[in-house]
Design a protein around this ligand. Structure first.
Ligand code: MG
Length: 372
């Protein structure tokens, strides 16, 4: 089980119609795929995200020379070392080595992790609500309504990038149009202070379908999160950009959140990600992974939920939903996995249980030119 070859696939898709959140408009979607092949011919895929020139150079000049000739069974040591250099690359390598180890054992990833507990995982449709159109609210409502017809019972929309009154008008219009059909999560991408965030409470009092308020404040404002948590009548969620389990442990120990949202690609390997998910169970707090930025990392988030103990004994609520990107993003179609009525059935074949469409992937290979 010696690493013999690593192929890399920087992927870029330029958006015809930019969309965005409080952090600005996205003009492109990118992702960086790697395929590790062992001397015995077993292959494993990994995925990460960062500025593509950084990843191309980092893998070519440092990570691939370091990894060639190493044992796959040194997974923990390899991921720990690379996690000190570049944690996002460590996440990709962790995925690829995990798939190889599962395949070598002729097991699915879930079996290799100890066995599947949930065969079906709920997902919520995740939107980037802002466009540069003047009538962005109408556009958002049409987008959400279209996806609800596909059967999603939960959605997440964005606030925090417009004036409070404009964002509230958006959510009020959304409630009027589809609020009776779905649960709605609201994501502010760390835009507010406490005084602004609490102004949502008057609205929340009128609505029974708010799933959570996500990252209203900067994530390092722990005491403000505690204040807000005791003030708001809806759950508080956050943590998508944190990279270490200790950061989540601090949030949990301080009682700052109701729902933690680790992201597979933002943490230094699947071990750290799964440790974080398990922390939620020790604290009796929900874990609803963030996975907007990748299709393979989302699959590993699904595997993690599928092997995590139940959160609740309530019927239909024993496992938390994960995020499903429903915006214009062709990378989603690189594996044949789609929700049905807002639920994903976990693939149970050997390894990751699905094939990556390499022919389709080639169409999005970045040629090294400017992003836009
Ligand atoms: Mg978010």
């Amino acid at each position: 089980m010696i690493i013999e070859k690593i192929d890399t696939y920087p992927l870029l898709y330029r958006l015809k119609n930019p969309y965005g959140d409080a952090n600005g408009y996205k003009k492109y979607r990118s992702c960086f795929m790697i395929r590790i092949t062992t001397a015995s011919g077993i292959e494993g895929w990994g995925e990460c995200i960062d500025w593509l020139p950084t990843l191309v150079d980092g893998f070519k000049h440092r990570l691939i020379p370091y990894l060639i000739g190493k044992k796959v069974t040194s997974h923990t040591q390899l991921v720990t070392t690379i996690g000190k250099w570049h944690q996002r690359s460590a996440a990709a390598i962790s995925m690829a080595l995990t798939e190889i180890l599962a395949k070598q054992s002729k097991l699915s990833v879930c079996e290799w992790w100890g066995g599947i507990l949930h065969h079906h995982i709920p997902v919520y449709a995740s939107f980037q609500s802002y466009t540069d159109q003047e009538k962005w609210i109408n556009h958002s409502l049409d987008l959400v309504e279209g996806v609800i017809h596909e059967g999603y019972p939960m959605v997440k929309v964005k606030v925090g990038g417009k004036k409070l009154q404009e964002d509230q008008a958006h959510i009020q219009a959304l409630q009027a149009r589809i609020g009776h059909q779905v649960g709605i999560a609201i994501d502010a991408n760390q835009s507010y202070d406490v005084a602004t965030a609490v102004q949502w409470e008057r609205q929340f009092q009128n609505w029974s379908n708010i799933l959570w308020l996500e990252e209203p404040l900067p994530m390092d404002h722990l005491s403000d999160y505690k204040t807000l948590r005791s003030t708001l009548s809806v759950p508080l969620a956050g943590g998508e950009n944190l990279i270490k389990p200790i950061q989540f442990l601090t949030l949990l120990a301080d009682g700052a959140l109701d729902i933690i949202q680790p992201d597979v690609m933002h943490m230094a390997g699947l071990g750290a990600f799964r440790d974080t998910a398990k922390l939620s169970r020790y604290y009796g707090i929900r874990c609803s992974p963030h996975c907007f930025d990748g299709f393979l990392s989302r699959l590993y988030a699904l595997f993690t939920q599928a092997t995590l103990g139940q959160w609740s004994k309530m019927e239909g609520e024993n496992i938390e939903p994960i995020e499903w990107d429903v915006m214009d993003n062709p990378f989603t179609t690189l594996i044949p996995l789609r929700p049905q009525n807002g639920v994903v059935t976990i693939p149970e074949g050997i390894g990751i249980g699905v094939e990556i469409d390499q022919e389709k992937m080639k169409a999005y290979l970045w040629d090294g030119s400017r992003y836009w």
